[in-house]
Design a protein around this ligand. Sequence first.
Ligand code: HAM
Length: 413
Amino acid sequence: MNEILKVIKGTKDILPQDVHMWHFVEKTAEEVFSRYGFEEIRTPIIEMTELFSRGVGDTTDIVNKEMYTFEKNKRSITLRPENTAGVVRSFIENGMYRQSMPVKLWYKGPMFRYERPQAGRQRQFHQVGVEVFGVSQPTVDAEVILVAINFLKSLGLTDLEVELNSLGCPKCRENFKNELKKVIQPYLNELCEDCNTRFEKNPLRLLDCKVEDCKKIYQKKEIQKVITSDFLCDDCKNHYEELKMYLDKMNVKYAENKLLVRGLDYYNRTVFEIKSKDLGSQNAVCGGGRYDNLVEQLGGSPTPAIGFAMGMERLISLLEERQPNLLDAYIVSKFKTDAFILAEELRGEGLSVDFEMGDRKFVKQLEKASKIAKYALILGEDEMAKNQISIKNLETGKQVTVNRADCVKMLEL
Ligand code: HAM
């Protein structure tokens, strides 16, 4: 026997019995996002590696440890670990900055990160997300958070928590970083290796460390004093206050979390996550924030921007199981040629139809019909003789016999 090949660790098949849940999430995304004026964009799954080292940041775990990178024709190519950098590249390359602002885009698709697989964390996973370009006012920050919440509501997810923080601008953040480094310096040899690197390269990310010993050290009074200090400059403070005012007016509940720094380097000012208690340790369904410097950093002219992305596997794991779509009709008959012709006729009328191709007995065929279709169309000897069809409603059990020509009309009722 030949060896059976298996799916790669950290990746999963989406099987026919589950795909209707994905369709539901994708359809809801399209409906909700277009209500807010978003248009869909589809960018390639492979990009130049440099896009991510420059875009996501070469101090991040994503760029340092988690990218699927390979060389082709002496070029370094990477499977996208996220889609903000790709959308920004496309925004610049396609001159979208010439359109009237804001430019509002949404996307869905697979992303790749070489992380340790566990519940809620895969190496190939899917995101659905939005990006808005061209508005620096906090109205758009509030709108983006509202879009996320309304999308989740439309999926039936309401028991979620919004966490909010402002990282300030590069200027005010610089002071904060220096203060943080000052109080953390004495503990450096007690901190993990990653924290030591972060200390040098990106001290803000120290607050995101998951190692218990490090977390304990960051609880120390003098460190907490800096973490909880109000370091924002006047402009950033006003921006943050105004955002909170809008959220309050829209009755959006949120918790402020000074430790929320996000794992990607491009953020400034607003950052947010939406979390679920039902997800275990990988509890973030949504992460996002403002990235006002990224367009310029990737070669475009300065353009403020903000967005979010949600993990689709995590969303689906929170959803109640929904009924898969049923076929309109299943033809139950031993007259295969006639069943085949009728199926094609009805498909031509736009109905979804299948018929028995094997040699199963009438009862077995009807059993199958009741599992996968709304109606059974019975083409037995009597019906064939009179050019009729019996239509059985598989939900109510009611059955009527009609002339063949009236079948479509009956099914559409
Ligand atoms: P992120 O926080 O890295 O942000 O990812 C967003 C969401 O994707 C997470 O909250 C989680 O639901 C899901 N996710 C991330 N990694 C995995 C994984 N390995 N397995 C399953 N789900 C995962 C970003 O990617 C940014 N691009 C978001 C953004 C858009 N910021 C501004 N615009």
